[in-house]
Write a protein that binds this ligand. Structure first.
Ligand SMILES: [Zn+2]
Ligand SMILES: [Zn+2]
Length: 143
């Protein structure tokens, strides 16, 4: 459990007010090593009153200010993870998504700059808006 003060500080750094819903959801995301679905988040909010619409709005606010990002899982559902690792900001493009083929959990893993693959320059009408590194294998828990 991270202190409310610390969670509020994080929200303020991103220009968000420290509402109860945001603090609850941020606490769940901070504790998680893996990207979480709406259902995962709801199941981890013990006894807290948070409806689905509020959760959806809260996650959208995190994504819009760059505090969190969305990752599609193999079933094409969106999962959410913070763009923070050990209190340091990570960019969407400078980390990899590791998908465990056994438990299907998705981990955000840091990548060194020299490990990043350069994005091809396109002059044929294709416009690249984002790119993602997806790695498949077995996670430490399943190994
Ligand atoms: Zn696994
Ligand atoms: Zn990620």
């Amino acid at each position: 459990m991270t202190s409310d003060k610390k969670l509020k500080d994080i929200l303020h750094q991103y220009g968000l007010k420290g509402t109860t819903a945001r603090i609850i959801v941020l606490d769940v995301l901070v504790q998680s090593q893996v990207a979480l679905s709406h259902a995962d988040i709801l199941s981890r909010i013990h006894g807290e009153d948070l409806d689905k619409v509020t959760l959806y709005r809260t996650l959208s606010s995190f994504v819009s200010v760059g505090l969190a990002h969305k990752v599609a899982n193999e079933d094409r559902n969106w999962l959410y993870a913070l763009l923070l690792q050990n209190n340091r900001r990570v960019g969407i493009d400078d980390h990899a998504h590791f998908i465990c083929d056994q438990c299907e959990r998705i981990y955000c893993l840091p990548m060194d700059a020299e490990d990043t693959i350069s994005v091809p320059v396109m002059d044929n009408g294709f416009v690249i808006r984002s790119h993602e590194y997806r790695l498949h294998g077995t996670c430490p828990e399943c190994n």
